[in-house]
Each structure stands twice: as structure tokens, then as C-alpha cells.
Design a protein around this ligand. Sequence first.
Ligand code: SF4
Length: 154
Amino acid sequence: MILVSSCLAGLEVRYNGTHCLDKKIRQMIEKKQAITVCPELLGGFSTPREPAEIVGGNGEDVLDGKAKVIGKSGKDVTIMYIKGAYSTLIKAQEVGATIVILKEFSPSCGSSMIYNGEFKGKKIVGNGVTTALLERNGIQVVSEERITDFLEEN
Ligand code: SF4
């Protein structure tokens, strides 16, 4: 079984109440090859919610206590992001997922690039909190931007 970001499957769970449907992901859901997960909802957030970015590093740094996840208003929401990451890991382990396809650029789900913590739309190399935790536990995280390559390889 493959876990995929809920927003990629068309569910309106992003911070601003939108989705970012990827038709290939939707097909995987319809064929029952994949199920959805949204780490931020599992962490206790609702939709819509304040946007947040990692300040001071990436997801690895958040797990190590060296960086924080901060809402645009300045609220520290690190704990909820870590909770969402662990809940996603538990779900992945429960369904036996060894591959997870997550939305790029998110402070939870990013796997190659994330926003830099200034809320100015600038991206830096780095991963999100959930991605970091999944990879530490041997689960492969694939960006939706690589979905075509991934499907050809598998
Ligand atoms: Fe949820 Fe991840 Fe999509 Fe954000 S990017 S809405 S945390 S599934």
C-alpha cells in the first residue's frame, strides 16, 4: 500500500482550504493502490489554518530540537507538526507502507524544497517534518514532482 498526501488526491485540506489534485494520484486512490493522509490534520490542525514555515533549518532540525515551525502570526506550532509526523508514521506502519508520496514545499510534506521561514515565497533545499521522520524510519518519500519517474520505475 502507498500513502499519499490528501491534498494531492483532491481533498481540500491545505491551509487555505484548497487542494492540489494530481490526476495520477487520484487514479491510484480509485484503483485502491493508495490511501490518503494529511499530517497537519493528524497533528490537530483544522482547515483553513494559518500558514506556517520552518524557521532555523529543515524537518531534520525540527526533530532534533534545533529549529521550530512557526505560524505567520509568530505562534510556535512545532509540537503539532511533530505530533502529525508521528501519527503519519504510525499510519504508514499500520498499513505496511514502504513508499509515501507527499506534496513538495510543505513544512510537513516537502522532500526536496521547503519555504525558508521568512514567509516571502522563497524556497530552500530541505525537507518537512513528516518527511524527515518517515525517512529516519526507513520509509521512502517521493515528491509528487517525481511521480511520473516513480511510476515508470515501479
Ligand atoms: Fe496536508 Fe501535507 Fe497536503 Fe499540507 S501538504 S495539506 S500537510 S497532506
